[in-house]
Design a protein around this ligand. Structure first.
Ligand SMILES: C[S@@+](CC[C@H](N)C(=O)[O-])C[C@H]1O[C@@H](n2cnc3c(N)ncnc32)[C@H](O)[C@@H]1O
Length: 272
């Protein structure tokens, strides 16, 4: 791809979403953008570039970001963090919040919903006795509108339900819908999906959370953006709350009130 066009699109996306593209990824960027350009009725990528260089509508910018995000996810991704959530984190949170009876969880960068639904499934299966007297909410956000749409629908194909979802959960909490599987209302009702750009956390998110999952998204950001986003998320973690990154990730900043806790193969960051 022409260097000028590459720089234009990478600059645009980095400014709007924090996602930083490295040289060498041109082929991926080019094929995804060309597909978008054609679907929007442009002749080719150059034609698209010439048009939006002069006038870029917010809706088109969203489509560009949507096209360039990597939305890879699956149910109970990496498995062991969800074991830790079930065995260690949720029991501790339900006990700690026994006065106010509110437990708030946030899947920041939830993609197509498998991450927040995995937590919802754990709660329904193992902690349903708390649901009658606790307010339990799972806030799930992403920058990709198309991912959020799929997440809200809660319909997954056979390949998606085969990835990580125990068959007992599939049978109990999903209904067959043609060749697909529709997630049960009870699982869906615990989760609230919303559009949120992680760059805007400090100005847009007013609540505090007991458990924050921010998995496999900071890896796409430059060092500065990573630090800024991590700091803003850490600020809205309640004292006594837990922060979980992707299994291969480490916190970009060392916070004074951050305690590293290890449960089996899972590393979590606890706010002391
Ligand atoms: C690889 S997926 C990870 C999904 C899930 N957390 C998991 O671990 O399975 C990364 C997600 O981050 C989202 N994302 C990228 N930049 C973002 C931003 N600035 N704000 C919010 N979400 C963003 C993408 O749309 C994508 O859905």
């Amino acid at each position: 791809m022409d260097r000028e066009i590459f720089n234009f699109f990478t600059g645009l996306v980095e400014k709007a979403s924090g996602i930083s593209y490295q040289v060498g990824k041109e082929y991926l960027l080019e094929s995804r953008l060309r597909e978008l350009a054609i679907s929007l009725g442009y002749r080719d990528l150059k034609d698209f570039y010439e048009s939006i260089r002069k006038n870029l509508k917010p809706q088109v910018l969203n489509q560009i970001i949507d096209t360039l995000t990597t939305n890879e996810t699956y149910f109970f991704r990496d498995q062991h963090p969800f074991e830790t959530i079930k065995k260690n984190i949720l029991p501790d949170l339900f006990q700690k919040r026994c006065q106010e009876k509110i437990v708030k969880i946030w899947s920041a960068a939830c993609s197509t919903g498998q991450e927040p639904y995995s937590i919802s499934l754990l709660i329904l299966e193992y902690f349903s006795n708390y649901l009658s007297n606790y307010r339990v909410s799972i806030y799930a956000t992403d920058i990709s509108e198309s991912s959020l749409k799929k997440a809200r629908e809660g319909i997954y194909n056979q390949i998606e339900v085969n990835r990580g979802l125990p068959v007992t959960f599939l049978i109990k909490y999903f209904k067959q819908d043609g060749g697909n599987w529709r997630i049960d209302e009870r699982v869906r009702n615990l989760v609230k999906f919303e559009f949120l750009n992680l760059l805007d956390v400090s100005t847009k998110v007013r609540e505090k959370f007991d458990l924050i999952l921010c998995r496999y998204v900071l890896i796409y950001f430059s060092k500065d953006v990573k630090n800024r986003v991590f700091q803003s998320l850490w600020n809205i973690l309640n004292k006594g709350g837990y922060f979980i990154l992707g299994a291969t990730e480490i916190p970009p900043l060392n916070m004074p009130d951050m305690e590293k806790k290890i449960f089996g193969n899972t590393v979590v960051y606890y706010k002391s």
